[in-house]
Design a protein around this ligand. Structure first.
Ligand code: ZN
Length: 70
């Protein structure tokens, strides 16, 4: 995990990208492969690996760095 911003070397803070969907609030997720859409326009996951994205933000310049840890 980053200790300092790759752009300006300031400190990074851990967080996540909030995904507003259908009234529920959860962390946006990382899914392997290309997204497939069904006739209902939902993304099919089909047993693929899904990882929550951890996003680090620079407190000075606002640069975001994403990690999808297992
Ligand atoms: Zn920075």
């Amino acid at each position: 995990m980053p200790n300092s911003c790759p752009k300006c070397q300031s400190s990074m803070k851990r967080g996540f990208v909030l995904d507003h969907t259908y009234g529920s609030r959860a962390a946006a997720s990382w899914v392997e492969g290309e997204p497939e859409r069904s006739i209902w326009y939902d993304v099919k996951l089909g047993g693929r690996q899904v990882l929550e994205i951890e996003t680090w933000r620079c407190s000075k310049c606002g640069y975001l760095e994403n990690y999808a840890k297992v």
